[in-house]
Design a protein around this ligand. Structure first.
Ligand SMILES: [Zn+2]
Length: 280
């Protein structure tokens, strides 16, 4: 019997991040729990409303050292006092099975590039559903492109999108979607390509490749705002941080500069790409 996939969208303050419940015949698992306490409480209610089967695991598609800074960004009462203490265990296998659902594997595809390094995609081939985390943002939320620090990172993220498309999923559960919107595999994937295309045109090509002067902060903010008018919320966060990161004289968000993207070349980011040995 196929697995059922339910998703829960966090509050606006929680940036509409998506938590997914995969329900099997006897048990279920939770993927990408939210980072704010009020959202976690609503996830508990959501799980209860869907199933009384036991939860066998909670999985995060990435673990991020940045969680240390969450209390200062989101307020002490909204996040666990030191989320970094809850560092999860590493899962050693490339797939998992839920008890009673041995013919419905959940395959882990990764590490791949998403909005940050080292993402894992969860692919349910029988259900043709992929849970992408922040490799895909739905068309109602600005994508977090602030961490595309090199052209190689951009290339690797696009390759992830191609991989997702090549699986021909009927459902893509994105990392973020505004409440009230439904995921749409085709439209959301098209949106992501469009977003990264604009990023290339405005930032990656002129600044990273051609070494031209950076665009103005406000120019970047307004260009992305106008290009994606359906994305209406959290603009100061998504566009504010992005335009400051890449705009001329912008204020850098130091606490977020923790990803070693500069040391990550294509060979590492796309290390799964096999090559014909040069000696042949
Ligand atoms: Zn996210």
């Amino acid at each position: 019997m196929p697995l059922k996939v339910h998703h829960h969208v966090s509050s606006e303050m929680g940036l509409f991040s998506v938590t997914t419940l995969v329900e099997g015949t006897q048990a279920c698992i939770l993927i990408n729990p939210p980072f704010l306490i009020p959202d976690a409480e609503s996830v508990i209610e959501f799980i209860k409303s869907k199933t009384s089967k036991p939860l066998v695991a909670g999985i995060n598609r990435e673990y991020d050292e940045k969680v240390k800074y969450w209390p200062s960004v989101f307020g002490k009462k909204n996040v666990p006092s030191d989320p970094s203490l809850r560092k999860p265990e590493v899962f050693q296998y490339s797939f998992f099975l839920l008890p009673g659902d041995e013919t419905s594997p959940v395959c882990l595809l990764g590490p791949v590039q998403g909005d940050s390094i080292d993402h894992t995609l969860f692919w349910l081939p029988i259900e043709r559903t992929i849970i992408t985390g922040d490799a895909v943002y739905a068309r109602s939320v600005h994508a977090w492109v602030e961490e595309i620090e090199t052209y190689d990172v951009l290339h690797a993220w696009r390759l992830t999108l191609k991989l997702i498309g090549s699986l021909n999923p009927t459902t893509i559960i994105p990392g973020h979607i505004e409440r009230g919107w439904e995921p749409d595999a085709k439209k959301d994937l098209e949106y992501m390509h469009k977003y990264l295309d604009l990023f290339e045109q405005k930032i990656a090509k002129p600044v990273f490749v051609e070494g031209k002067k950076k665009p103005e902060v406000d120019d970047l903010y307004q260009t992305f705002k106008k290009a994606f008018p359906d994305c209406e919320k959290n603009l100061d966060f998504f566009l504010g941080k992005m335009s400051n990161a890449f705009g001329e004289g912008g204020e850098i968000w130091e606490e977020n500069c923790r990803h070693p993207t500069k040391d990550r070349s294509r060979a590492v980011l796309e290390g799964f790409m096999l090559e014909i040995p040069k000696t042949h």
